[in-house]
Design a protein around this ligand. Structure first.
Ligand SMILES: Nc1ncnc2c1ncn2[C@@H]1O[C@H](COP(=O)(O)OS(=O)(=O)O)[C@@H](OP(=O)(O)O)[C@H]1O
Length: 266
């Protein structure tokens, strides 16, 4: 269930429409595994006008969602081809927040998560270097690699949704300095500016920003920000090289034909 949540959407009911309790989300976070979805969701939740749908509401009772006609919750992956049309059917005006991160880093994080699960269950595992390469070349069939080909998944969303309904959150920038990314997301959602720099502080033990509001503070759990599995510098370089073209395609869409310096994925 947790997997479903983290690999799919996180929904936000906000005051986009009527300022009251809404049943269907006015905005949805789409993103791949390990892109920073949870951090974005928790940080947006600092806003008093944002209501984050509880995980249970999404996925704990899928049958109920099906009965209510929300079948898209079930396979809701950024990379699932059938999802954009289903989201459109739910609400064609929904705002989409797409969070991405350096595709090579995301891939290593993705592998690290799988490795962690296998180690916990005392199951055998293959080293990343083996999965990643075939006869000395990057293996294009490796699923975690395919999940990092953002432009491919995005192009399907763009067949359904206009560009201005999708806002990209730079997951790397969110790690380094969350406030500016939150500001941009707030603007995109047309929310009054309520999130402030004082909502964030750098936690040196965690090595990441944590949140604080009304005297309470909160860091993400230990599954976020784990040390990554080892990968040789040579293999990582190959991987970055592999992603150069897909990154360019994605960036061209994101920032236009002349990419600025703000994106972390080149
Ligand atoms: N503030 C803060 N604290 C902790 N972690 C943060 C934060 N901001 C972003 N991140 C990054 O979020 C990464 C996990 O992304 P997801 O939440 O999408 O992962 S999951 O697929 O739902 O498991 C996670 O990836 P890893 O570092 O590879 O574990 C983090 O780098």
């Amino acid at each position: 269930l947790r997997e479903l949540r983290s690999h799919s959407f996180s929904s936000l009911s906000s005051t986009l429409y009527n300022g009251t309790q809404q049943r269907l989300p006015g905005a949805i976070i789409i993103g791949v595994r390990k892109g920073g979805t949870r951090a974005l969701l928790e940080m947006l939740n600092l806003h008093p006008d944002v209501k984050v749908a509880k995980a249970e509401v999404h996925y704990f009772n899928v049958e109920e969602h099906y009965r209510r006609g929300l079948s898209w919750y079930h396979p809701g992956y950024f990379s699932s081809p059938e999802v954009p049309a289903r989201v459109w059917d739910m609400n064609p005006a929904v705002r989409l927040l797409l969070i991405v991160r350096d595709p090579a880093e995301r891939l290593v994080s993705d592998y690290t998560q799988v490795l962690h699960n296998r180690l916990t269950r005392h199951k055998p595992y293959q080293p990343l270097e083996e999965l990643l390469q075939h006869k000395g070349h990057i293996n294009p069939n490796y699923k975690a690699l395919q999940r990092s080909l953002y432009h491919q998944h995005l192009s399907r969303w763009l067949e359904t949704f206009p560009r201005n309904q999708i806002h990209v959150v730079d997951g790397d920038a969110l790690i380094r300095d969350p406030f500016p990314e939150l500001k941009k997301a707030e603007r995109f959602l047309e929310l009054p500016p309520k999130i402030s720099p004082s909502n964030f502080y750098y936690n040196t033990t965690k090595g990441f920003y944590c949140m604080q509001t009304d005297g309470h503070d909160k860091c993400l759990d230990e599954s976020k920000g784990r040390p990554h599995a080892p990968l040789s510098a040579q293999a990582f370089k190959k991987l970055c090289h592999y992603f150069r073209k897909p990154n360019k395609l994605f960036l061209k869409w994101w920032v236009g034909p002349f990419p600025g310096a703000n994106s972390g994925i080149l």
